[in-house]
Design a protein around this ligand. Structure first.
Ligand code: MLT
Length: 269
C-alpha cells in the first residue's frame, strides 16, 4: 500500500484490526523487518509498518534526514490513515531513536511505547566521525560496504548457524535501501538528541525488549534505560542479538501481546 506523506510516496503494510501498533524499522532496513509481527500480531492489533523515506519501496528524498523529520512523517502517515485512536509505537534501534523523537513531539497520540534493541544516549564525538566516514563511503562506493560492516553484528552466533535464511533475508532488505536513505539515516543518527534526560519523564506504559546477545547495543544499556523509565518493564530475549523480533518472533510477539493486554486493562479499568 502507498500514500503521499509530506514530500514523498510512502509504502506501508496495514494489517489486522484493533489497537494501532506502529512499527518503526532500524538502519538500513525496511518494513519487512516486521513480517513476523505482521504474521503474528494482526489478530490482536492493527499492525502498521511503514518504510521510512528512502527505504524499501518508499521514495528517497535528497538531503539530510533528522529524527524529527521521521517523526513528522509518521505523524502525517497516521493522519492520512485517519487514525485518531491512541497508538502503541514500537521502534527498533534507529527506529527507537525515532520513537523518542515521536514521543517528544506527539506523546498525546500514544497509548504506549516499545523500545527494542535501542539506546537513549546520543552519539559520542567518535561515533559522529564514524557516521561521516560511513556516509562518504556509501556515496563513493555504494551501500555494499555498509552492509558488509553491519551483517556480522546483527544476529546472535546461534542465529547465524541455525537460521542461515535470516542472513539472506536481512541482506536483501539492506540491499533495497537507497544511497540517499543510508546517508540520510547516518546524518539523522549523528544529529539525534540524547534522550537520557527525558527517560524519567516518560509517562506512558513502556516496554523494553532486548536480545541478550546484542552486539550493537549491549544489554546493560537497555537495563539502565528501562530502570530510568517510570514503571517500564524489560523483557530479555534469549538466543537473540540485535534483531530479536526476527530471531525469536515467538517470544517477541508474546512479550508485545502481554504488554497490549496490560494497556487494555488500564484503559478499561
Ligand atoms: C540500527 O540498527 O538501527 C543502527 O545500527 C543503530 C546505530 O547505528 O546507532
Amino acid at each position: 500500500m502507498q500514500l503521499l506523506v509530506n514530500d514523498f510516496i510512502m509504502s506501508y503494510t496495514d494489517a489486522g484490526a484493533g489497537i494501532p501498533l506502529l512499527f518503526i524499522h532500524g538502519f538500513p532496513l525496511n518494513r519487512h523487518l516486521w513480517d513476523p509481527q505482521v504474521a503474528g500480531l494482526a489478530d490482536v492489533a492493527r499492525v502498521l509498518a511503514p518504510d521510512l523515506r528512502g527505504h524499501g519501496d518508499s521514495q528517497p528524498t535528497p538531503g539530510a534526514y533528522t529524527m524529527d523529520i521521521f517523526a513528522d512523517d509518521l505523524n502525517s502517515f497516521l493522519d492520512e490513515l485517519g487514525i485518531t485512536q491512541p497508538v502503541v509505537v514500537c521502534g527498533l534501534s534507529m527506529g527507537g531513536y525515532t520513537a523518542f523523537a515521536f514521543y517528544r513531539k506527539y506523546s498525546q497520540r500514544m497509548a504506549g511505547l516499545i523500545l527494542t534493541a535501542t539506546r537513549a544516549a546520543g552519539d559520542s564525538p567518535q561515533k559522529r566521525d564514524e557516521r561521516d566516514a560511513a556516509a562518504a563511503k556509501a556515496r563513493n562506493e555504494g551501500i555494499t560496504v555498509i552492509i558488509a560492516g553491519m551483517l556480522p553484528k546483527l544476529f546472535s552466533s546461534n542465529t547465524y548457524i541455525e537460521r542461515p535464511e535470516l542472513t539472506a533475508q536481512i541482506t536483501s532488505i539492506m540491499k533495497s535501501t537507497s544511497v540517499d536513505g543510508v546517508v540520510g539515516d547516518l546524518s539523522a543518527m549523528k544529529g539525534r538528541q540524547d534522550s537520557t534526560g527525558m527517560l524519567a519523564e516518560i509517562n506512558i506504559p513502556t516496554l523494553v525488549i532486548h536480545g541478550v546477545n546484542d552486539q550493537i547495543v549491549p544489554l546493560d544499556e537497555a537495563r539502565q534505560m528501562a530502570a530510568a523509565i517510570p514503571n517500564a518493564s524489560l523483557d530479555i530475549i534469549p538466543d537473540a542479538g540485535h534483531l530479536p523480533n526476527l530471531e525469536r518472533p515467538d517470544l517477541f510477539n508474546a512479550s508485545i501481546c502481554s504488554f497490549l493486554e496490560s494497556i487494555d486493562q488500564k484503559v478499561t479499568k
